[in-house]
Design a protein around this ligand. Sequence first.
Ligand code: CO
Length: 212
Amino acid sequence: MKSYEKLLLENKAWAAEKISGNPEFFNRLSHVQTPEFLWIGCSDSRVPANEITNTQPGEIFVHRNIANMVVHTDVNLLSVLDYAVNHLKVKHIIVCGHYGCGGIKASMTSNDYQAVLNMWLRNIKDVYRHNREELDGIEDTDKRADRLSELNVMEQVVRLSQTTIVQNAWLHRNEPHLHGWIYGLKDGLITPLIELKAGSKIDPLYRYDNII
Ligand code: CO
């Protein structure tokens, strides 16, 4: 059997198991999705949102990219954010990074990953540059990368708060609350790093006073 054929076979077994536990499982899901959470995570195959939070289909709206970045010119991220905030009306947005992140490690090297990846990784390099003093002071490379992972998560949460989409929602419905978490590959545990409740103070440089 080809490796991908196993996926299709497992899918049949999974669907059968879900129906045996609850005959209405797919019926209910096919009509409506009302997730309370938007998850912005790393594409890393070891950090699947539903699995590590023990949630079911329908519970989390998910966007994943390399190193869980919030890039203000990324139409994909912005579309997901807009839909989650303005249509699904999620209550919480979680940016979840992870220790041992390959994207974070790559951004700390001087290696040429070619134009496209270099462009993406430069966004992480910017986070390093903003925290250069602290990070340069950490001798161990892995520990420095793990700290950059944490600082990166916190920066992405702040970037979310800078968007018109989030500021608009904060003004009109006092939601969503923003959370920055980090996941440990070695112990499977998530540690919260930052929380920006709706209405949190925003640097005036990024705050829009005349939001409609
Ligand atoms: Co990663």
